[in-house]
Design a protein around this ligand. Structure first.
Ligand SMILES: *Cc1c(COP(=O)(O)O)cnc(C)c1O
Length: 428
């Protein structure tokens, strides 16, 4: 697999180089130079395939010979250890439940695959690698869990102080071992900026080997194609995927799956009021801005980094992008209303992120056919959103309960780069 930077297609990398660097040296993100799509004939036999088999076939095609079949199979099997059921809710609507992993959010998929890929690439290497993760909520604990106990890796999480839920904070700050949580006095965008800056800072790189693990890393993005293939081929027709969107990693993975031959009728980028992409799709202007806090806080992103990848994939054409992706955004009030309405009508509890995707699918004008609504988090993680009647209907999974009872451990830093730099160099 050859990838190139979104800033300059002449800057190329192998998959391994792209995984190690996180972002390209010119500050761009890595995208595949070309993809070899599966033909309809090749996909014809996939319908009954297990998630793991599908994952192996997709990653094998994507990676070429960069990881040989036996270790790749092992990575896939150790990553895809939980079910991703597609639940029929209504005649034309199914929910793809991505929240049955260790941290109860969809980022477990990418994080587990990435952790095992990094560990595989660095087998037999004695220099420790720092994996940097900026998180607006769920990424942190997913990645940290993915890497927990992996030899030769130190995980450094950065999260915006006071801007994640209590549960999310507990999940990030109670892991221990090779995981350190940094509580940044700033926003998620500050956290993301700090990571980007560290990855290209010469002095830090002299002292530490760095990698990143938020949705900009290709090893996190690639495995997110697995469930698009697995679910998409189950419904029998080209589905519409409604994708709860923040940093646009999930959406980009869907678009790549489509480029690899998966029939898709349309994607919907379902956003909260942080609607930078829907606005671009409408007006052709990309206007990053400070993020606004919402109840779907894993999507509170004001400058979505994977926008650069979408631009590269669609040749910088708004028309081409809008032909495949519809934009939608809604307020917290509308999200709550959707949660209540779906519960009343169907007895199904959506989390706020999934609820936005459900609403987007129902509101998108003139769209017929089969909708696959992606549900990215377990409702138990957002207890404060539900009224008493509904809250009683949500079972708190035991692993979540256990982590709520542990003692929080974090290191507070400012949003100044020098603070972060000094932590990376001196705190080992
Ligand atoms: C991260 C996250 C999202 C947004 O996904 P992106 O790939 O950043 O667009 C949506 N829902 C949940 C629960 C998340 O954790």
């Amino acid at each position: 697999m050859i990838l190139c930077s979104t800033n300059d297609p002449r800057n190329r990398a192998t998959f391994r180089e792209a995984v190690d660097r996180g972002i390209a040296e010119d500050g761009g993100l890595y995208v595949p130079v070309s993809l070899t799509p599966f033909t309809p004939g090749e996909l014809a036999g996939w319908k009954g395939m297990s998630l793991q088999e599908t994952a192996f076939a997709v990653s094998r095609r994507f990676l070429g010979d960069e990881i040989s079949p036996a270790p790749l199979r092992r990575i896939v099997e150790e990553s895809m250890t939980f079910p991703i059921p597609l639940r029929r809710l209504e005649e034309d609507t199914s929910v793809l439940e991505l929240f049955h992993g260790p941290t109860l959010a969809f980022k477990d998929v990418g994080a587990r695959f990435m952790a095992r890929t990094v560990a595989y690439f660095h087998r037999g290497d004695d220099r420790e690698v720092d994996v940097l993760v900026a998180t607006s909520g769920d990424t942190g604990s997913a990645v940290a869990q993915g890497f927990y106990g992996v030899k030769g890796v130190r995980v450094v999480l950065l999260y915006p102080s006071g801007k994640v839920s209590k549960i999310q904070e507990q999940q990030m700050t109670t892991i221990g071992g090779n995981v350190t949580a940094l509580e940044v006095q700033g926003t998620f965008d500050d956290c993301q900026r700090l990571v980007k800056q560290a990855l290209t800072d010469g002095e830090v790189k002299k002292h530490r080997r760095l990698s990143s693990a938020n949705s900009i890393n290709i090893a996190r993005l690639m495995p997110q194609m697995f469930y698009y293939f697995h679910a998409g081929l189950q419904v029998g027709v080209s589905p519409v995927f409604s994708v709860p969107s923040g940093n646009l990693g999930n959406l980009t993975a869907g678009v790549l799956a489509h480029a690899m031959g998966l029939p898709v009728r349309k994607f919907i980028a379902a956003c909260n009021v942080n609607d930078v992409l829907p606005e671009y799709l409408r007006h052709g202007t990309f206007r990053p801005r400070p993020s606004v806090q919402t109840i779907a806080n894993a999507m509170d992103v004001g400058n979505p980094s994977n926008f650069a990848r979408l631009m590269a994939i669609y040749g910088r054409s708004r028309e081409k992008m809008a032909a495949e992706i519809g934009g939608f955004s809604c307020t917290d009030g509308q999200t709550r209303e959707t949660i209540r309405a779906v519960y009343r009508k169907l007895g199904y509890v959506l989390d706020p992120h999934g609820a936005i995707a459900y609403r987007a699918w129902k509101h998108e004008q003139g769209m017929r056919g089969q909708g696959i609504v992606i549900a990215t988090a377990h409702p138990a993680k957002f207890a404060e959103v539900y009224d008493d009647g509904m809250a009683a209907g949500i079972t708190i999974p035991p692993r979540l309960q256990a982590c709520l009872e542990r003692q929080k451990q974090s290191v507070r830093i400012s949003s100044q780069f020098d603070d972060f730099k000094s932590f990376l160099i001196h705190h080992t």
